[in-house]
Design a protein around this ligand. Structure first.
Ligand SMILES: C[S@@+](CC[C@H](N)C(=O)[O-])C[C@H]1O[C@@H](n2cnc3c(N)ncnc32)[C@H](O)[C@@H]1O
Length: 321
């Protein structure tokens, strides 16, 4: 069968199953099945593909029709310009989480050799992107899933970066480390959110998605752990839903009991709330909250690039609250 015909048939089948990007999925999977690029498919629509290749492609399309995410079918997902190995033990990295990497890289400018901890590292996408872009940083990563850590180690190895991985609950494995920057994309979906079979959520590990009735149980735990640390980490960057931000700010106020300042900024179209924390003159820090408006399909480059310098200016330059 010709490339253009088999593609059209597959795309129509996927469209009938209400897939949001049927033509793209059909093309990406055919490129994967033939071990060619999408550009190659576009340039050779008339090429006949073998029966074995057709069989392989139809099997992939059948799995996609049943809902399996393309990233799990191919075994990798692009994040921050890098190809991360993924499997069903890890959350598929989302483009909106790239804003956390942007924010961390910007924040790291104020340290000569920053020590960074990525909590709930999953595939190691945030830690891996940071280690790749900040070669002078010491990068640590934790996760409670041993299977996820195996994937993350593989990714770090593939990129040739050094990350210290620890199995354990949030910051606990890093008790005696002085941390400058924390990134934490923890589970934040309220348990009431249903995952329709067409959504990738139905295929991803629930331990990577849900966090109690309001979705904030993990962040509550994290704030408690942060409150017990001395010195406080300078900068904490988290992702959550837009409608969780206010409650999160209240939690910070209650659990950290510091002077703080909240201001809003936007990074690549993602709204951030920033809380500046100050225990005393010697301990100052910032929590940056990346809001996820649950628009998983949003492309990063659809938004103007807005610098976030203001989000991480040092405490001394901020106005008192
Ligand atoms: C939302 S996923 C994020 C994965 C990845 N950082 C990303 O941005 O795509 C959350 C991750 O946190 C891990 N996790 C859940 N509870 C944890 C805990 N108490 N301590 C450390 N990691 C935890 C899960 O196993 C999962 O890998």
């Amino acid at each position: 069968m010709r490339i253009d015909r088999i593609l059209r048939t597959a795309a129509l089948q996927l469209a009938r199953r209400q897939m949001t990007t049927p033509f793209l999925d059909a093309e990406v999977l055919l490129a994967y099945a033939l071990n060619k690029s999408r550009e190659y498919l576009a340039a050779h629509p008339e090429q006949i593909i073998s029966t074995a290749q057709q069989r392989r492609y139809r099997r992939l399309v059948a799995l996609r029709k049943a809902g399996t995410p393309v990233a799990y079918l191919r075994g990798y997902k692009e994040f921050y310009g890098l190809q991360f190995v993924v499997n069903r033990s890890v959350l598929i990295p989302r483009p909106e989480s790239e804003a956390m990497v942007d924010a961390a890289i910007e924040a790291a400018r104020q340290f000569r050799r920053p020590t960074i901890a990525d909590l709930g590292t999953g595939s190691g996408n945030i830690a891996g992107a940071l280690a790749k872009h900040l070669p002078r940083a010491d990068v640590y990563a934790t996760d409670t899933s041993r299977k996820a850590l195996r994937v993350a180690r593989k990714n770090a190895h593939n990129f040739g970066v050094r990350i210290h991985f620890y199995h354990g609950n949030l910051l606990l494995p890093l008790k005696n480390k002085k941390l400058d920057i924390i990134t934490a994309n923890l589970p934040y979906l309220p348990s009431s959110i249903k995952s329709p079979t067409a959504s990738s959520l139905a295929y991803e590990p629930s331990g990577a998605l849900y966090s109690g009735t309001d979705g904030l149980s993990h962040y509550r735990r994290l704030l408690k752990q942060i409150a017990q640390r001395r010195p406080l980490p300078q900068i904490v960057i988290c992702e959550m839903l837009e409608n969780q931000q206010r409650q999160f700010c209240n939690l910070v106020e209650r659990q950290l009991r510091n002077n703080y300042q909240t201001f809003f900024t936007v990074v690549n179209g993602v709204a951030f709330v920033t809380l500046g924390l100050q225990k005393n003159r010697h301990q100052a820090g910032t929590i940056i909250v990346a809001a996820n408006p649950l628009s998983h399909s949003r492309a990063k480059n659809q938004h103007p690039k807005i610098p976030i310098v203001a989000a991480v200016r040092p405490m001394a330059q901020r106005r008192p609250r």
